[in-house]
Ligand binder design. Sequence first.
Ligand SMILES: N[C@@H](CCC(=O)N[C@@H](CS)C(=O)NCC(=O)O)C(=O)O
Ligand code: FES
Length: 189
Amino acid sequence: MKRLVSTALLARGLVRSCRAPTAAAVSRPAFQQFMNYSSGHVGDPNANGDSTAAQIAAARDTHQDFKPTSKSSDTSLDDIVAQDIRENPILIYMKGFPESPMCGFSALAVKVFQQYDVPIRGRDILGDLRLKEAVKAHTNWPTFPQIFIKGEFVGGSDIILSMHQKGELKDLLSDIAQRHGQKEDANEP
Ligand SMILES: N[C@@H](CCC(=O)N[C@@H](CS)C(=O)NCC(=O)O)C(=O)O
Ligand code: FES
């Protein structure tokens, strides 16, 4: 799948083994800045309460007798993931939810997007092993968070932080922020 970032970034050891992000993973000021939670836009509080989430749940909950064979079942979950990616301009497959991340790496990814006035759609992969495996197979990327912007796979938390620090996100997210602002204006009484 096409990525928004160069393979050079990926080659710089950005996929790491399981550990919380520390100053060794990102610079200490950057790390502290992003882990120092403040108020801000958290994204859609019903992040998993939409129709795609329902589809994911339905695919998972189908009674064994009615389930297709494992191969086609995986294919349909892959279709759902693909649809999810298409429909949500900023999508994070993560551990926990945007408002309650369950891992520092996922929290960091959310925190980066909170610097922009954009809606964040988060999917918790901890509660759904099949979804987790489907996402990993879809991107061929082994870790979480997995971040998509406008339908394109971007990478994980290191990459999104790096893009933010280089000033690459402002332009990339500007149309999403603009549409989001217009929607919020329209909803105001
Ligand atoms: N360097 C990675 C850090 C993410 C990471 O290492 N995630 C680990 C720990 S949360 C992971 O997803 N491991 C596989 C797993 O838990 O299934 C990034 O930039 O996103
Ligand atoms: S570092 Fe272990 S759950 Fe994320």
